[in-house]
Design a protein. Sequence first.
Length: 94
Amino acid sequence: MSDRVLSTDQAKTSIQQVQAIIDSGLAEQIAKLDAQGKTLSDPNVWDGPLAQQFRDHTWPETKTALEKAKSELDELRNQLQKISSNIMSAGGSQ
């Protein structure tokens, strides 16, 4: 393992952009998708063989995947912040 510590301006900008993308309403968009998925899962709103397939399989699997993606992106944001802070406190600004 290398002892090299480096954080270029390009790295800092990329970290900030990743964090901004994650923070730019992702949770709200997932909540909006969830609301629409719940609506479409109501047989009084949408029914039939394909609607039932959506209700029983497609939407539950999709909702789980969205929640997992959000969790993983939150973890990525936190890890990037921690790594960036550690590099800056170690004096690795170039």
